[in-house]
Design a protein. Structure first.
Length: 107
């Protein structure tokens, strides 16, 4: 069975409308709570699909949330390897930053 792991930044976040199509595509769905769960790169890297969900911060706020550094490094490695990865809001920021884009707040 294919596995999709969602990186979750807040407890109430879930895959929402993406869940049903993933289930129909026969993915086993799992969540990894960033900052709470142990960062297990091998386990996370084994996912057929990584979904990086939204959160209450921006990717540039690494001083406020030091766990972003590990997440950025992991996503960078995953993208460099061509592994399927999808980002929603903060997740898209993480992907952009991991690929070298400048991401900042707009006023």
């Amino acid at each position: 069975m294919k596995t999709a792991i969602a990186l979750r930044h807040v407890a109430f976040e879930d895959l929402g409308t993406f869940e049903q199509p993933l289930v129909e595509a026969v993915y086993e769905l799992r969540y990894h709570d960033v900052g709470l769960d142990t960062w297990d790169e091998d386990g996370l890297d084994a996912a057929c699909l990584l979904v990086v969900l939204d959160g209450p911060i921006g990717v540039y706020e690494t001083k406020e949330d030091p766990s972003l550094a590990d997440e950025l490094a992991f996503v960078r490695k995953r993208l460099d390897g061509g592994a399927p990865t999808f980002g929603v809001c903060l997740g898209a920021q993480v992907m952009a930053a991991a690929l070298g884009a400048s991401v900042s707040a707009t006023g």
